[in-house]
Design a protein around this ligand. Structure first.
Ligand code: PNS
Length: 166
């Protein structure tokens, strides 16, 4: 049985992420979507909220598990006896950073192979930060995030704006 882990900040999950999730779930026996902590980014949604969003939009995909982990990805990878790390590549600008992370993870654990899936057309220019910016100014995010979580994303971004004002 081949287990893959798709880690990311998912703050929040977008249609671009969902496309990678669906395609990776077809390639592996089990896919763990992991809400991971990126220490270089401040987040808008709590890990619990992010896990909940992903669970809600992947409810119909049977071989998916959603989890969160506040530690090194490679420790989680070993804990779960996983085979592969999956990452989405949007543009060449992603490549250098992703390449570096793949090499670091492989250096920390020789059997940790990273497989890159190319983003689809919309996913190429989409990012969670763009979605949050559009939502913050009441723009239309309906093409960029799954319908089931659109309202909660709008609410969450506004909550952040309000708490920054207070
Ligand atoms: O969606 P992102 O922010 O590009 O995802 C990056 C993430 C969370 C996958 C990465 O920062 C990560 O793996 N964080 C866990 C901590 C870790 O293992 N860091 C070393 C990898 S170089």
């Amino acid at each position: 049985m081949r287990t893959a882990i798709y880690p990311g900040s998912f703050d929040p999950v977008t249609c671009g992420h969902l496309d990678i999730i669906k395609r990776a779930a077809r390639l592996f026996d089990k896919l763990i979507v992991l809400v991971s902590v990126n220490p270089t980014k401040a987040s808008c949604f709590t890990p619990e909220e992010r896990v909940d969003f992903i669970k809600r939009v992947t409810v119909n995909i049977p071989n998916i598990e959603v989890d969160s982990y506040d530690g090194l990805l490679i420790d989680y990878f070993n804990l779960k006896k996983a085979d592969v790390i999956v990452k989405g590549l949007r543009a060449m600008s992603d490549f250098e950073y992703e390449f570096q992370m793949a090499l670091v993870n492989k250096d920390l654990c020789y059997k940790a192979e990273t497989v890159f899936l190319c983003a689809d057309v919309v996913g190429t220019f989409l990012s969670s930060s763009m979605v949050k910016q559009i939502a913050l100014f009441d723009g239309d995010i309906s093409s960029y995030v799954p319908l089931e979580i659109e309202r909660d994303i709008m609410k969450g971004v506004k909550r952040l704006k309000k708490s920054e004002k207070d």
